[in-house]
Write a protein that binds this ligand. Structure first.
Ligand code: LHQ
Length: 259
């Protein structure tokens, strides 16, 4: 792969967007490589937690605008979204393993959408989020219209969209866009600690929880209760459930395997 780095160690897969000279702007190749790598991490039974971050001072500046400009005339944005970003966002949101977004710097445009599609976001104090779309006469895409109002409410989401103003890390924490903000030089160790904790947890249950919450956004309470019962039946038959209950009764730390 040429546009991302991929590493698996200690049950943790790390995907690093790697076009630092553009603050990790997305080309077709980078969208395809990132999507394929998430798919690989999903299938790899050794992987129990995934970290997504950016190389250099940016997380991602969104669509590579120089690339789009070079293809002007022969370019359908709708088709580009359908064949590229939609697959990436759906791959991430339906992937039944926790994805940690290590937001190391600016996340703009579609880069913001990709950041929001992670499950737990830990931000550097130098990070920010910018819905840069309106600056170039576009609307938010990459799932932002669905994800962001659910996180921060319509008024704030609409404000960010139409002003394209920067949401700094501290404000993002206050509004619930990120789970934590840490000094920039402490981001790697903080994310590693989170990743180790998640990767040694009951990861089957973590995956099913993600599925239950995603489904609940589009269903009624009775439907959601029924789906919980169905998934809990699965979790209740897992080795991790057995081990967790036994460990509690024996007053020791549980040794979860994700099975
Ligand atoms: C870039 C980019 C970039 C190329 C920085 N592309 N080079 C989907 C489908 C199809 C069409 C369109 O869009 C979409 C979805 C979208 O994502 S639309 C939104 C696209 N993104 C943007 O509009 C953001 C553009 N970038 C910026 O506004 C700024 O770069 C931000 C605010 C992200 C960072 O500002 P600074 O920290 O001041 O950095 P910089 O602007 O100096 O950028 C550093 C370099 O990165 C610079 O290159 P250079 O050779 O001068 O050092 C930029 O040209 C390059 N770069 N973003 N999206």
């Amino acid at each position: 792969m040429e546009t991302i780095l991929y590493d698996v160690a200690d049950h943790i897969a790390t995907i690093t967007l790697n076009r630092p000279q553009t603050l990790n702007a997305f080309t077709d190749q980078m969208i395809a490589e990132t999507t394929a790598t998430f798919k690989q991490a999903a299938r790899d039974t050794a992987v129990r937690c995934i970290v997504l971050t950016g190389n250099g001072r940016g997380f991602s500046s969104g669509q590579d605008l120089a690339d789009v400009q070079a293809r002007a005339g022969d370019f359908s944005i709708g088709e580009h979204l359908r064949h590229g970003y939609h697959k990436l966002i759906m791959q991430m949101v339906t992937l039944e393993k926790p994805i940690i977004g290590a937001i190391n710097g600016v996340a703009a445009g579609a880069g913001c959408g990709v950041a929001l599609a992670t499950d737990i976001r830990i931000a550097s104090d130098k990070a920010s989020f910018i819905l840069a779309f309106s600056k170039i006469g576009l609307i938010p895409d990459s799932g932002i219209n669905w994800l962001l109002p659910r996180m921060i409410g319509y008024g704030r989401a609409y404000q960010l969209a139409i002003t394209a103003e920067k949401l700094p890390a501290a404000q993002a924490l206050e509004w619930g866009v990120v789970n934590d903000v840490v000094p920039h030089d402490q981001l790697p160790e903080t994310v590693t600690a989170w990743a180790h904790k998640l990767a040694s947890g009951p990861t089957l249950a973590f995956g099913l929880t993600k599925r239950a919450m995603l489904k609940a956004w589009d269903t009624t309470l009775p439907e959601s209760l029924e789906y919980e019962a169905y998934l809990q039946e699965v979790a209740g038959r897992s080795a991790d459930n057995q081990e967790g209950v036994l460990a509690f009764l024996e007053k020791r730390t549980a040794n979860f395997t994700g099975k």
